[in-house]
Design a protein around this ligand. Sequence first.
Ligand SMILES: Cc1ncc(COP(=O)(O)O)c(C=O)c1O
Length: 385
Amino acid sequence: MKLHDVRRLTPITQEYAYFQSSGFSPKMEPVIEETARWARFHNAGAVAPGIHDKVLKAFEETREKVARSIHADADEIVLGENTTIGINIVANGIDWQPGDNVILSDKEHPGNRITWYSHVRRYGIELRFLPVVHDEEEMMDAFLPLLDARTRVVSISHVCRRTGQRLPVRPLIDVAHNRDVPVLLDGAQSYGAIPVDMRALDCDFYAFSGHKYIMAPQGTGGFYVRRDRIEWLKPSWIGSHSQKDFDNEGGLTLLDEAKRFEFGTRNLADQVGFGYALDCWQEIGWSNVFAYIQEYTDRTKAALQGVSGLVLHTPLSYEKSSGIVTFSIPGHTAAEIQERLLEEKVLVSPLEKDGALIRVSTHVFNDEGDLTRLVAGIESMVRSR
Ligand SMILES: Cc1ncc(COP(=O)(O)O)c(C=O)c1O
């Protein structure tokens, strides 16, 4: 498979200029077909000899592929349904005491907020918010005073979902680690969009989705836990398959691997489809994918900058951003812009119900025609005002 095949194999791109991969991406036909093939195969008799074992083997191969895609090892990977599961494994894996605190950024997705908000009520913890600003030094200066002896974890986006800004995570991690505070990165917007390397980042935890930039089946994702943090996290949700051994009197030994956080009957076919999507990117070449997203995003920024009155909210330099371009047009709500663009068959996301920010996420299936339609739609709206 080559980079240019992705558009041809993704049916929705024939009808829409699809700029919503940060929410959920469309899937390539072969990914859907492979997922369906495994679901059908499993359905031929999950308890018949040889069938379930084969599906389980393919599921474990997905774990290895996921691990390779972020430069981790398979025993550090939990396969789950989304990013939020990983965040919950951490949030519910700490022995909270009243007065403990957690540091979030002020621009987190509800998935990296709500579970912490509920812990304020449940355990009496305190939330501290780091303002996300474009100036990295200012962010670092604001970070240090938030940390103290009662900070148990920092849980922050790798890439900000609102503007696509890459947060200065490596320096934040270094500062937190100097105080023995672990860091959880919300990777929903970085995984598959920019290179991600667990060893280079040295975060303790990384939660991510398959259904965004990876274009894997809906309800696929994963969670990385650095090997030395596996024992540190208290297993809150466990069950059949989490154990190495147990007896009838209460004796229990959990698996040594991150897999101990998985339990029960799973949707294996979707996860195998996730693995297949990773095979496709591997064949295309990750460096080609990242280079295309970068080049297309830069062109999108340049084109939008040419629209009179439009305000760009994403940092211009690609090193500080990713595949997201966020803009507003004073005098128009995001809902109006979204509706007008829908008439042109251009799909974008308004960032909040009554707000002004529109998010465009670019992917390798977006072509010149998509960009022309996006810009023409916005220009015609601005002109008709
Ligand atoms: C930054 C961020 N975190 C978490 C999520 C939630 O992802 P999921 O639905 O896969 O749990 C999203 C979804 O858009 C997101 O953008």
